[in-house]
Design a protein around this ligand. Sequence first.
Ligand SMILES: Nc1ncnc2c1ncn2[C@@H]1O[C@H](COP(=O)(O)OP(=O)(O)OP(=O)(O)O)[C@@H](O)[C@H]1O
Ligand SMILES: [Mg+2]
Length: 408
Amino acid sequence: MGKKDIIAAIDIGSSKVVALIAMIEGGEINIVGIGQHPSTGVTKGQIINIDKTTSDIQEAMNSATLMAGVKFTRLYVGIGGCHIETITSKGMVSIKGDNIPISKEDVGRVIEQAKTIATPTDREVSHIIPQEFKVNEEIETNDPIGMTGFRLEGKIKIITSSSYSVQNIKRCIEKSHLKNAIYVVNPIASACATFDENEKKMGAIMLDIGAETTSIVIYEKGNLRYVGVVEIGGEFITKDIAYGLNTTRENAENFKINYGCARLDMVDDNEIIEVPGVSGRAPRKISKQEFIQIIEPRAREILELAYAKVIKESDVPVDRIGAGLILTGGTADLPGIPELGEDIFNLRGRIGMGVSGIGENIYDPAFSTSVGLIKYAVTEGGTSESVRKVSGSQEGWIKRIFDWLKDI
Ligand SMILES: Nc1ncnc2c1ncn2[C@@H]1O[C@H](COP(=O)(O)OP(=O)(O)OP(=O)(O)O)[C@@H](O)[C@H]1O
Ligand SMILES: [Mg+2]
């Protein structure tokens, strides 16, 4: 991508709506506009109030465009919520004629068949990821095009979303007078911002721990293997603190950010913190240990639920993950989360933050999805990305999958 391109991204999260505008030149991403607004119409990643979310999107977008001072040409919007699922499907077709090489149309027929079998009517196909192909029931290959055979089978992963949830997002985007948006599920966007090539090849698990959702993405052998979302996040910790300390949600959130830690064994025995009283009541003192005892069980629950989902739903054994765990999303900033994640997954952890080459102000795990949407847009028509947006005509997506096959 040599020419200049201006791309916008919108991440509609449970706690905040983010709009980014990026200038892309020679593949370099330069963020020129950022807008952020509290999210008032989203619960557990899903829109529950169209008017409120429309207004939050407009506020965030107005700030971003004002800062950027340029018009964007493409818009990418994230789809959030635990309705996002991975389906593994297979397709099989006969190859017509003797000694005729397998064509990209044959590959397209396999994928179309797998997709039709696997997609219920109330679900929308968001992404198609070919896994591997088999020619004549015996030769396994990533790229069957040009080979000779009488039968072609293909295994594909299909990432689907609830049609109703996607419609609600589209309605908010349209009501915000934004046009021609391309929709990408949030976990895939966050993965674009955080995984590096070694992690994709050796295998890694990403957890984007947000406010009310935790997204999971697994790459292995260079390919995307699993996408899932659990309905839990950092806001649950904040609510536990508010309840445990008899204080407001706002006080609890400040306390979590200023003194929070996910592991009891990482805090000093003697430290004392002062909890402000509500509505003129006197403040009181508690030990930091007491405070962390409220946080640790919920932090553990978030990670254990994610681990249980990986074990139950993904077909990649955790012991085949060579590189480790990537923690991102706002809650990855809670001290002790990487260490707790390492214990539960038995993998080495690191915090994943945006991508290099982007302004420092968004070098923050809470911006992984919005930065990832931009990164997705840049790599979508490009080289090594194994994820392809399924939009437009069948011919369009068959061509994109063909391009992907050529790349690997
Ligand atoms: N320094 C910090 N320490 C602890 N928690 C933090 C810190 N910074 C942010 N958080 C928490 O991160 C969460 C917000 O994360 P994020 O912005 O990724 O969520 P979101 O994208 O709005 O929500 P979701 O992805 O779940 O829909 C909040 O619960 C917030 O309290
Ligand atoms: Mg998020």
